[in-house]
Every structure is written in C-alpha cells, then in structure tokens.
Design a protein around this ligand. Structure first.
Ligand code: FAD
Length: 339
C-alpha cells in the first residue's frame, strides 16, 4: 500500500510515524529544504498526547520541554517546547523527499491515484493509493482535489516576543477587557510572550519599537517583566495574522486532509497542533483497517469530525475569559500602537 503525504510539518510527520507503526511505509514530500529550521516554541496541548504516546515520543518530548500546569496525577495540560525539536524527533526514520513541491494530482476517472511534484531535477510523478494533504492552511492538495474550503482572516493578530531569558514559572496569562489574551510561555530556549492585538499590519505593529512594546506588555502582564529584560531589539518581535480554514469535507476518493489543511483555528485557541496530531492518529487507524486505502478518508472523517467540531465551533473565542464581550474602545493601556 502506498501512502504519499504532502507536507512534512507536524501533522504529516506524526502520520508518517503512526503509519510506520502499523507496517505501512509512507513517503513524505516536503517543499522546503531539509535544513530549514523553524524557530521558537509551541505550547503543545494535551490533545496531542495520545498520538505522541502511540509513536513513543511522549516521554521524550515531555522530559525535554517545560511542563505547564500539571494535574493531580502529574500530567501537564501542555508542554512548552521548541518547534524544531518536535520536528527533529518526528523525522527520525521517516522517508522525506525535500524540495518536492506538489503541483498536481494524477487521476483515474474521479479517483486520485498519484501526484506530480516540482523538484530541482524537474517534474516527478508518484503513484499512490492515498494522497494525504498535510500541507497547511493554504493547502494545494485541497484545491487540486476539488475539496471546497472557506478561508477567513482570524479576528485578531498577535504581536509576540522571544527572549533567551529562562523564567521560573513556565506559564502566565492575563486577559484584556474584551477577553483577549496576553500570555507568557517558558520553554527550554528561554521565554516567549504573545499579545493579541488588532489586525493593523506588520509595519504599524512594529513601528513603536521594542522598548515601548516591553513597557506595554509588562504593564498588562507583570509576570513577564523578567523575560522582557532579554528583549533588546525589534528583531525579537513577531507580528502574525493567521488564516482560519473550515471544510465541509476532509476527503475525496484517493485523498484525505489532516491538520491545518482540514481545519485551521485561530491560534489564540492554542490548539492547532494538538488537533493535527489527533487527525494523524485517526487517519493511520483508518488506513490500516480499510480494505481500500483510497477510501480510508471517509472512515477517518466519520470518526474524527465529532472530536474536532466543538473546537471549530468555538474557535479562538473559546480561549477568552469573556467570549462575547461587546467590541468597543480598548482602555488606553491595552491599545497597540499606544496613542
Ligand atoms: C501564531 C501561531 C501560533 C500557534 N500556536 C500553537 C500552540 O501554541 N499550540 C498548538 O497546538 N498549535 C499552535 N499553532 C498551530 C500549529 O502551529 C499547527 O497546527 C502545526 O504547526 C501543524 O500544522 P500542519 O502540520 O497541519 O501544517 P504546517 O505546519 O503548515 O505544515 C505544512 C507543511 O507542508 C509544506 N507544504 C506546503 N505546501 C506544499 C506543497 N505544495 N508541496 C509540498 N509541501 C508543501 C510546508 O512547507 C510545511 O512544511 C499555532 C499556529 C500559529 C500560526
């Protein structure tokens, strides 16, 4: 059985490992070069743990990361860890073709039976019983497969910082008057913080400079003050506007979508990777059980949709203290850029 996974991000790599554990060796095609590194941390939530346990990486990631809010049994609600560390762990033993950008799907009638990738050596065709789109929110596979999706701008943007300073408590959060977050995360590489601001564009967000940002951030979240001493340049500030994705269907004959290709939820929810890990695990089970791998996507969606639907329904607002606060003028100290 040949499964070809498009996208070597977290969701695609978890699927590759989960399939390998079931005796199926997939190929991962990744557009980026093998030496691309993804900076900064992620707060990996508990929704990822089942898949991590199954592929044997839960203890590795937990012990390498910083544990957020352990429950009575010691299980953390999330793990603060470097994104690249997770990718490096997941990649082990996986066959990945880098610099392979998928540009077309091959069909036999209505059914997808392979794909075409652009590579440095020219175009290359791959036949597949199942093509998996794990190629992110702007998935090419999704469009090529004719799976319709609604893309929309996430309602707020974030202006984050990265600092090399190690902090004592790995997590702190405050809420603004409209319920949006200001948060702080400790990870083995230092600390990072995020401030949910209006979508004002990168130039306007960065114009006041890091000193004004640090002062404003510390006022909203005093626990971040030690971490902010490590912010000494505008380069350490990251402005992000995210895209949300909703799909009516996550599969077509010969194709299945997982991770942000299937559902991208406002990052304010802090849940995306957790859901992608769960998708990968569910699809691996469906593929291993399906008499026809090309139709495994239907079973996968049947099982997985009810688990993801509540998160899709509440979106980023589910992570707010005041989900339906009326939009209004923010108090002066919450406004960015400052008046
Ligand atoms: C600002 C921000 C903060 C976040 N914070 C959190 C958090 O704290 N916790 C959490 O759980 N989640 C978080 N998320 C979500 C999380 O980052 C993603 O869910 C996670 O990275 C998994 O995404 P993915 O593997 O589905 O897609 P991606 O990570 O987007 O991977 C897709 C891969 O496909 C490749 N690709 C794309 N097109 C092609 C093509 N045509 N051919 C071949 N390869 C292709 C890309 O190069 C990429 O490597 C956050 C997201 C954002 C934007």
């Amino acid at each position: 059985m040949q499964v070809t996974i498009v996208g070597g991000g977290m969701a695609g790599l978890v699927l590759a490992r989960a399939l390998a554990g079931r005796g199926i060796t997939p190929t991962v095609l990744e557009a980026a070069p093998g030496d691309r590194t993804i900076p900064g941390p992620i707060m990996l939530p508990y929704q990822a743990y089942d898949a991590l346990r199954e592929i044997g990486l839960y203890e590795t990631i937990r012990s390498a990361g910083r544990e957020i809010a352990p429950a009575a049994d010691g299980t953390p609600v999330a793990i603060g860890i470097g994104r690249q560390f997770i990718i490096d762990q997941l990649r082990e033993g996986v066959r990945i073709e880098h610099l392979h950008r998928v540009i077309d799907l091959l069909r036999d009638g209505e059914r997808v039976v392979g794909l075409r990738a652009a590579t440095p050596a020219g175009e290359r065709d791959f036949s597949a019983d199942l093509v998996v789109g794990a190629d992110g929110a702007h998935s090419n596979v999704r469009g090529l497969a004719g799976i319709s999706a609604t893309l929309s701008a996430a309602p707020t943007a974030s202006l984050s910082f990265r600092s090399p300073v190690m902090i004592e408590e790995p997590f702190a959060m405050a809420y603004q008057s409209d319920g949006r977050q200001v948060g702080l995360l400790g990870w083995p590489g230092g600390a990072a913080g995020w401030w949910q601001i209006d979508r004002i564009g990168r130039d306007a967000a960065l114009a006041p400079g890091y000193e004004a940002y640090c002062a404003g951030f510390a006022r909203l979240l005093p626990a971040a003050a030690p971490a902010l001493t490590g912010v000494r340049s505008d380069e350490q500030l990251i402005y992000r506007e995210a895209t949300e994705v909703r799909c009516e269907q996550w599969w077509a004959p010969g194709v299945a979508l997982i991770g942000e290709a299937a559902h991208a939820i406002d990052p304010e929810a802090g849940i995306g990777a957790g859901l992608g890990f769960g998708d990968a695990q569910a699809l691996a089970v469906a593929v291993a059980q399906a008499p026809d791998a090309g139709l495994a996507g239907e079973t996968y969606e049947h099982w997985r949709r009810p688990a993801v639907a509540p998160y899709e329904h509440v979106g980023g607002a589910g992570a707010r203290l005041i989900p339906d606060a009326p939009a209004g003028e923010r108090p002066a100290h919450e406004r960015w850029p400052p008046a």
